[in-house]
Write a protein that binds this ligand. Sequence first.
Ligand SMILES: Cc1cc2nc3c(=O)[nH]c(=O)nc-3n(C[C@H](O)[C@H](O)[C@H](O)COP(=O)(O)O)c2cc1C
Length: 249
Amino acid sequence: MARVSGAAIAQRQRARRVAICGSRHHACGPWAGWNLRRDSTLASCLHRTTRIPMPEALPDATLARLFREARTHNAIGGEVDDATLRALYDLLKFGPTEANSCPARFVFVRSPEAKAKLAPALSDGNRDKTLAAPVTVIVGHDLAFYDKLPVLFPHTDARSWFAGSDQARLERVGLRGSSMQGAYLILAARALGLDCGPMSGFDNAMVDAAFFAGTSIRSNILVNLGHGDPAQLFPRSPRLSFDEAARIE
Ligand SMILES: Cc1cc2nc3c(=O)[nH]c(=O)nc-3n(C[C@H](O)[C@H](O)[C@H](O)COP(=O)(O)O)c2cc1C
């Protein structure tokens, strides 16, 4: 049997990788996606995904539930039990965040005592509906989110990427992540049959003092949760068309 040299094997492997990604500029393997952060020439690998079998789009009724027919509710009632809140978290936690930092922290405000703590911080227009909602979620973010990175991103020292950064950067990363996780919360809630009323009309410093005193957690948004009364919805406001909001380059 003919001996195959190491160089020939390497060449064969390289040819196979090029066959997959079509590029001769770099080695490309299953790790290429992660390397994209460091090597922009790997962007040409993105078309490799065309070889990956794509699952079907979700049924139209599901898309309608999550997006087209879902509304921001002002009159929210009903009940939301602990098991539902845990199921909600166990879905939203899988949404992606920067370096898997998962900076959002959630307080599910449900008891009359907790609602009373929240009430003074609410804008006048948001107070009554928030007190009437079965649950109001405070979505905040931990500015010391990096302390969890040894667990959340264990394959490298990601903590050192953020620890010691200035407050502005930590606030930026935390706010970005908790905003995304807030959006995951809204979609997860809709998927579980709940309605949402997200709000930024409140005094963040007052919420921070009432719920997060002595911690590195800062509030971002509030989300009323429960079952909305469709009879009390305002007409849907328009959205920007694709051409107004987007372009394909
Ligand atoms: C981050 C955020 C902050 C919001 N703040 C408030 C608020 O303080 N009070 C309020 O009544 N609605 C608030 N809204 C609701 C928006 O006005 C509403 O989601 C938007 O008009 C779309 O409505 P629709 O989902 O029914 O189409 C907020 C929504 C978001 C996502």
